[in-house]
Structure formats: structure tokens, C-alpha cells
Write a protein that binds this ligand. Sequence first.
Ligand SMILES: Nc1ncnc2c1ncn2[C@@H]1O[C@H](COP(=O)(O)OP(=O)(O)OP(=O)(O)O)[C@@H](O)[C@H]1O
Ligand SMILES: [Mg+2]
Length: 232
Amino acid sequence: MRISTGIEKLDEITGGGFPSNSSILVKGPPGTGKTTICQQFLYSGLQKSEKGYYITSDASPEDVMEKMSSFSWDIGPFIRSRKLLFLDIYSWRTGGAEEKVWKHVLQGGLNIDSLNLSLSDLLDKLANSQNKRGVFDSLSSLLLYVSTDMVIKFIPILIAKARKRGATELLVLEEGVHDPQTVNTLNFLTDGLIETKMEEGGKFLRVLRMRGTSCKGGWVEYDLTDKGVIFK
Ligand SMILES: Nc1ncnc2c1ncn2[C@@H]1O[C@H](COP(=O)(O)OP(=O)(O)OP(=O)(O)O)[C@@H](O)[C@H]1O
Ligand SMILES: [Mg+2]
């Protein structure tokens, strides 16, 4: 089964969307639209009554909410109806944040054991729904605070948990800040790879690899507008 990406052209390139229960790496330099692609994917699922989770390590859930509303993606109703849950692994940096029904907050620092426990808890809360979508933005911040070895061992667990619970998830990775071996390993562990780049002011995307898909390769140019990702 295919999960529509929420972006028409990306559905076309991938032959109808991401394979269900897959974990896809979204890799590219800063400012190329990785976060926006993920948010558009998540929001389009919520609109179709799917549930979602958002693991955020680069911004607080409130910041994410604000950024999404700048694209007219109002996630407030989905938060209130518990269709979207957050795992905040950002706010510990600024002294923590209050736990709410819609957000788990990792307190006191980032460690894989508590992240793993919170993740299970989060996914269990979303158990009674068929399709779910997840975003992890970004693995790069995780790699800043936890040893590469620990992260590499955690990723297959993250992916297996998502797959078991029927979730299709996007994992963001910043380009140019990790050693090639780490990138290769993450590439090997995941089901697909979307790359973004910026060239002469234009933004481009390509799908390099996707489980069970013969991708129509090549870079395609897109814009970020107030409606999200729009292909040229
Ligand atoms: N509401 C909006 N409408 C149009 N463009 C926007 C809007 N909000 C942000 N942008 C543009 O989107 C780009 C950033 O996109 P995004 O945050 O998705 O990139 P990213 O690859 O996740 O970046 P980073 O690596 O820094 O997290 C910037 O170029 C910014 O100008
Ligand atoms: Mg980002």
C-alpha cells in the first residue's frame, strides 16, 4: 500500500507515495525545505483522519505549531483531539517544559533510554488507528548530544517500533555535518532517501531510493510558498 506524500509531484515520482510502514530519510543542507516537506506530509495525513506524531529536537512544539500556521496548516484542532502528539526532545536545553496530554517532554537531558521509553509511550497512545505518520526533525540534533554509536543502535529500534504500529515516518538529516560512514549507515537502515539541495537560488529535490519503487530519478525544482512545497 502507498501513503500519499501530500505533495502531488512527489506522489508521481514515487509511484503513488511512500510505501506504508516505511521510514524515509530526508537529507539536505540547511534551509532547503526538509522541515516543510515533513510538515506537509504530516498535515495531509491529519486532514485524512490519520494520526500523527512529531519528535522535535530542533524547535519546541509551540515553535513547530507557529511555523506550520504560517503555511495555513493549523494543527491546533488535531492536538486538541489527540490526533497529533509531540515528543519534545528540545526544551530540556532551555531548562525543560511542562508535560501536557498532547506532548511528552524529555526532561533533564537527552539520553537514548528515556527517548526510547517516551517513544513507546507516544506510539501506544496512538495505537487505535490504522495509518499514522511520524516526523523526526532532526536526527542531526540527536547526533549532537548522543554518541553516534548509540544513535545508530537506536535507529533500527525506532524504525521497528514505527513499522509495528503501522506508521510511515520521515527522518530529517542535515547534510555536511556528519561523517560519511554515519550517513551511509543511516542510509542502509532506512527504506528510502529523499535529497534536497539549493542551487543558484533554486530549491531542488530528488528521490534516490525507495523500497519497492523504481524511482523516476533526477532533480526537480520546487518553490516554498505560503501553501508549502510547489513544483515548477
Ligand atoms: N511561510 C513560508 N512561506 C514561504 N517560504 C517559507 C515560509 N516559511 C519559511 N519559508 C522558507 O523556507 C525555507 C526554510 O525551509 P525549512 O525550514 O523547511 O528548511 P530546512 O531544510 O528544514 O532548514 P534547516 O536545515 O535550517 O532546518 C527558508 O528558505 C524560508 O525562507
Ligand atoms: Mg529544518
